[in-house]
Design a protein around this ligand. Structure first.
Ligand SMILES: C[S@@+](CC[C@H](N)C(=O)[O-])C[C@H]1O[C@@H](n2cnc3c(N)ncnc32)[C@H](O)[C@@H]1O
Length: 383
């Protein structure tokens, strides 16, 4: 495909996404119907689509409107590329630039690619870092691997990846984190990934698990296990009796295979029975810390959805706390940058539960190099 034909394909896919089709599904549907497109074309089109979704507001302003065409045109203008030679209307190229393709310089939250309703709240929560963090959320996310220490060390994993043309460097956020600097698209088929020596996992997500006081023999529960990223990381840290629970058991469907590949044992439970030494609650959240990885979430979040997430988060925290033994720990995690989903919950939990203490918490932001995450470790009094 020519560069201009790739732009046309991205415009078509973005129009479907703007009409309500989830991005991944729109990309798959397009690829199935476009067998002529090679993997290089598909990857380039995917990048165009996700770049446009990350910068949806600012590119729409620069490109003449919130349409596939407007977003792609605005993206070229933002990058300082003259769209004229690409928008020729010849062959499979987009139609030539016309009077409707006006450009407006984005301002304020529009320029930051943040919805107006949440802009002031994020500004208050992030303070002086607001501009730098929102700028980072407009960029592509780095790719991180977690080295599974059950299967070998970090240096050996790095060498095995290098044998397959994948370059990865240690990252200061976690002793098990490798940041992939070259060859990210080869990971899924590489031997170290296939045989469980490495897993895809954000470095801040790994750091949240690193902060948990795990030790051999502990009975631990991941109360919101989802695909199992965190419980797998926990089970690789110590010889645990590890349990995984999720209100939507379908989300844990791949967990038995992933655990086998990683060489760890995880029991799936529909009705967790306490007491546990430690319970982790990686609660559903706004996803604001990972908006550069999953940019659709930024535009789909509404005040009502955020409010309902806050209620769910509080409920989970209370239920999970009841499963912790006296003297045991409760971990709370989100991939959110919003105080209301993070420290504010912990403060109100502590106010309601005098027998608990906050041992540590940390707000990670993209300025630390990975996704935005929040992690807190609470301890229940022994007596
Ligand atoms: C952020 S995801 C978990 C991601 C996972 N820990 C990982 O690292 O891959 C949150 C999960 O919480 C689950 N969930 C939502 N409401 C819940 C509830 N009331 N009780 C338990 N799990 C819940 C969702 O189904 C979702 O899988």
């Amino acid at each position: 495909m020519t560069p201009a034909a790739r732009l046309s394909a991205a415009i078509t896919i973005l129009d479907r996404i703007l009409a309500g089709t989830p991005a991944e599904q729109a990309l798959v549907n397009w690829a199935r119907a476009s067998r002529f497109a090679g993997s290089g074309d598909r990857n380039a089109i995917r990048d165009l689509v996700f770049d446009a979704l990350r910068c949806r507001r600012s590119h729409a302003a620069l490109g003449g409107g919130e349409t596939g065409r407007g977003l792609i045109l605005g993206g070229l203008r933002a990058a300082g590329i003259d769209p004229g030679p690409l928008f020729t209307g010849e062959g499979h190229a987009p139609a030539p630039i016309g009077p409707d393709d006006v450009s407006i310089i984005p301002q304020g939250f529009e320029a930051a690619d943040i919805p107006d309703w949440i802009g002031p709240q994020m500004q208050a929560d992030l303070g002086d870092d607001f501009s730098a963090i929102t700028a980072a959320l407009r960029q592509r996310a780095p790719v991180f691997l977690r080295v599974n220490l059950v299967r070998g060390g970090l240096v050996a994993a790095q060498a095995a990846l290098a044998d397959e043309g994948i370059t990865a460097e240690p990252h200061p956020l976690s002793p098990t984190a490798l940041q992939v600097t070259e060859g990210a698209r080869k990971i899924a088929l590489s031997a170290p990934y296939q045989d469980g020596r490495v897993e895809l996992q954000d470095a801040a997500s790994q750091a949240v698990v690193d902060a948990l006081p795990l030790a051999d023999g502990m009975r631990v529960l991941d109360y919101c296990a989802g695909g199992g990223g965190k419980v797998l990381a926990m089970a690789a840290r110590a010889r645990l009796r590890a349990f995984a629970h999720d209100t939507n058991p379908g989300r844990m469907r791949d967990l038995p295979d992933r655990a086998k590949r990683a060489g760890v044992k995880i029991s799936i439970t529909a009705r967790p029975e306490g007491p546990f030494d430690l319970v982790l609650t990686d609660v559903p959240c706004s996803g604001s810390g990972s908006w550069r990885r999953a940019p659709e979430g930024k535009w789909l979040l509404t005040p009502e959805k955020l409010q309902s997430l806050l209620t769910v988060q509080q409920t989970i925290l209370h239920r999970a706390a009841a499963l912790v033994r006296p003297g045991g720990w409760l971990g709370y995690a989100t991939c959110s940058l919003l105080r209301c989903e993070n420290r504010a919950h912990i403060d109100s939990f502590l106010a309601d539960h005098p027998g608990w203490n906050l041992e540590r918490d940390r707000q990670f932001t993209p300025l630390d190099g990975a996704d935005g995450f929040y992690g807190a470790v609470l301890r229940r009094n022994a007596g």
